[in-house]
Write a protein that binds this ligand. Structure first.
Ligand SMILES: Cc1ncc(C[n+]2csc(CCOP(=O)(O)OP(=O)(O)O)c2C)c(N)n1
Ligand SMILES: [Mg+2]
Length: 276
């Protein structure tokens, strides 16, 4: 059987998950959304957070990725992954200090573009804003994990449009060839700023562009559904660890707000329709 057709074990459901765990998830998701909604106000008050890319609509997958991250793993978050960062263990204070670029924030002492969350001492690495570029870094780390025989994985997050970049292909192909324990999480919200997915690629599910890769398993999930995302991420991690092979985890999301606080997607919609 094709490994992409294997069943995903249903470890998590509302009935199978204990109350304490559900409470922790609910707390993270509620706190995350409060900060996500509040973040653009800091700029309006001239306090900071000059760049904010809201994560709302990516909640399930981001919570799931963070909950499966252990500090022996290595993770590379993209700019829309505030909830992943919180789910990995960053506090609300650390998130806000990053947003307003203070010297005490954990990613780079306030020197980094805001909304790029990291904590190098926990292996939550800093990334550039060049979309999808850190897929290569994740593959390099996965190669080291394999070389040194560590029982860990590399995880890399990105949007669906960044998969169009040439270096992302290099990363996927290199990981497939060398059979590396890396999970590429593609958070598909249908848009790259104002460009709809149909103008990026022919397949509706971007991950399916890579079905010909010999060693890479493709898993699909609903990135808005906590349990579906948790089950998919648990299986992705098990597979990457036990088989030492890459996984492409495609999570279907929605972008509930504009791309960032520098954009207005309602304006774009209207201009597309020729009303403006
Ligand atoms: C190499 C590169 N090209 C262009 C940009 C400008 N840019 C920033 S975000 C973005 C869209 C990315 O869309 P997607 O990968 O789907 O992620 P999303 O923001 O939708 O979560 C673009 C084109 C960039 N940061 N880096
Ligand atoms: Mg997108």
């Amino acid at each position: 059987m094709n490994m992409n057709e294997l069943e995903i074990p249903k470890i998590y459901s509302i009935k199978k998950t204990d109350k304490e765990t559900l409470k922790k998830w609910f707390y993270l998701m509620t706190l995350g959304r409060l900060i996500d909604d509040k973040a653009p106000n800091y700029l309006k008050q001239a306090i900071g957070w000059s760049y904010h890319a809201p994560y709302a609509g990516h909640d399930g997958i981001q919570l799931a990725v963070g909950q499966h991250f252990e500090k022996k793993d290595h993770i590379f978050l993209y700019y829309r992954e505030m909830l992943t960062a919180m789910s990995c263990g960053l506090t609300a204070e650390e998130i806000i200090l990053n947003g307003i670029s203070k010297a005490t924030e954990p990613s780079g002492a306030g020197r980094h573009m805001s909304n790029h969350f990291a904590k190098p001492e926990w292996n939550i690495h800093t990334v550039s804003s060049s979309t999808g570029n850190h897929t290569l870094h994740a593959v390099g780390v996965a190669r080291a994990i394999k070389y040194y025989g560590e029982k860990a994985v590399a995880i890399s997050g990105q949007g669906e449009s960044s998969v169009s970049e040439g270096y992302v292909y290099e990363a996927f192909n290199g990981a497939d060839k060398e059979q590396l324990p890396v999970i590429f999480v593609i958070q598909d919200n249908g848009y790259g700023i104002s460009v709809p997915k149909k103008d990026q690629t022919a397949n509706r599910k971007v991950a399916n562009n890579f079905t010909g890769f010999k060693n890479t398993r493709i898993i699909h999930c609903n990135g808005k559904d906590v349990f579906d995302s948790m089950n998919a991420m648990a299986e992705a991690k098990r597979f990457a660890l036990e088989e030492s092979k890459p996984v492409l985890l495609q999570a279907n999301c929605v972008r509930m707000h504009s791309h960032s606080n520098s954009d207005d997607h309602l304006c774009t919609e209207i201009s597309w329709k020729g009303i403006m």
